[in-house]
Structures are given as structure tokens and as C-alpha cells.
Design a protein around this ligand. Sequence first.
Ligand code: ATP
Ligand code: MG
Length: 232
Amino acid sequence: MSATEEPAIVVRKVTKTYGSGATAFQALKGVDFEAKRGEFVMICGHSGSGKTTLLSILGCVLNATSGEVRLLGQDLSQPKESELAALRLSHIGFIFQAHNLIASLTAEENISLVLRLRGMGVSEAAAEARRKLAEVGLGEKTASLPRDLSGGQRQRVAIARALAGSPPLILADEPTAALDAQNGLAITETLRQLAKEHGHTVVVVTHDNRIFHLADRIVNIEDGLIQPGDHA
Ligand SMILES: Nc1ncnc2c1ncn2[C@@H]1O[C@H](COP(=O)(O)OP(=O)(O)OP(=O)(O)O)[C@@H](O)[C@H]1O
Ligand SMILES: [Mg+2]
């Protein structure tokens, strides 16, 4: 993908309606959002305000109902499924609110699988998986299955998986919710470093006021709309 001058993420007038007819629910009501290369942005807002919906659209997990979405210079307003899949796989690291680890694979295998899907060789993928686990403080748990890890440790495996292979966009949905203060701060500092030292664009959805001070910018979403007056 060619380097472009425009922000890594550009969202214009995006709406998302779940369902149809009498049960239709408009979760996003015309969202404008941007994030520059190397920026570390947090999105906060009450439960049900649309945070996961917006992040899922940025992560190509969900299509917007209307509006414009541009990621890394590529227009995704009318995306083909194959384009979305390719972008998701090689350019986006997504940390889900529910961690979505594969139960039958070890911590290391959960990570190396993604790298193998991107075409990386077996031993290189295993080495990168172990490096990322060490980075999130789980160097001792590479051979553990998810069921043998605590909730916070599972969340850290999911974080390591999203960081593996250094995708340019890193999107995280409540990454610190299951972590104690110390681990939450350590993970957030790792995410910030990726933005500041390596130019990744990092967007984190969070309620966690213990980590707000690490953001370049905090965006507030209420009832499907970004509120004016972003603060740094
Ligand atoms: N698949 C769906 N079908 C219908 N409505 C949905 C669906 N997913 C989400 N919603 C509704 O859309 C709104 C926004 O949901 P979303 O998950 O984006 O909220 P959120 O801000 O992430 O909340 P939380 O902080 O609880 O995770 C909510 O009112 C939710 O009930
Ligand atoms: Mg959510």
C-alpha cells in the first residue's frame, strides 16, 4: 500500500443501523473521525454509545450503513469482501472486547497462526509469537492453553496476537478491562510506544480513567455521535 499524506483513518458521516423495519436500531448517527499516522487516540463513552460499533467498522469487521471510510489511503465505502479480508489480515491488529482466543491452541500457537496465515514461515512465526508474549509479560506461558490462563493473561495473549507482525493499524476494545492497574498501564504504555516510536496508528476504546493520561487525544462518543470538544 502506498504511503499517503492523508490521515491513516478518515471516517465521514458514518451511520450504522442494526436490523431493519420495526426492530431497526441506529447505533451510529453520522460519525466524523480521523486519526493520523503515529497517533494514539482513545475513544470513551457510556455503555451502548456505539464504541464497539465504530471500532468494528474501523477494523473492517463490520460494514457501515452509509458514509465514507478510508483506511491507509484506501476507500472502503463500498468494499469487496476480498479487499476487507486482505486489509484485516495484513494491516490491522484487532484486540476484541471478548478476547476470541482459539481454545485448543496454546498461547504461542494462537499468535503464530495469524502470522502463518500472512505467509510467514513456521519457525519465524513461532519466534515472533514468543517475542510478543514476552513483551506483554507472558514469556513463561507460551505453551499454556487459554483455559489454563487467568482472564487478564488471556487478554494479554490477545494483545500480543494483535501486535504480532506489526500491523500499521492497531485497534483495541477495552484492552485493560480485565487487567490490574500495573498490567493495564504496562500494556497501554506498550501501545503508546508502538505509535510514538514505530508510527503505528493506535485507537483504543476504554472506560479506564487510569490510562487516559497516556492518550494524545480522547474522543467522547454519546448516543452514536462524537461529541464536540475533543480534549488532549
Ligand atoms: N448486532 C446488534 N444488533 C442490534 N443492536 C446492536 C447490535 N450490536 C450492538 N447493538 C446496539 O447498538 C448500540 C451500540 O452498541 P456498541 O456495542 O457499539 O456499544 P458500546 O459503546 O461498545 O458499549 P459497551 O461499553 O457496553 O461495550 C447498543 O445500543 C447496542 O444494543
Ligand atoms: Mg463495546
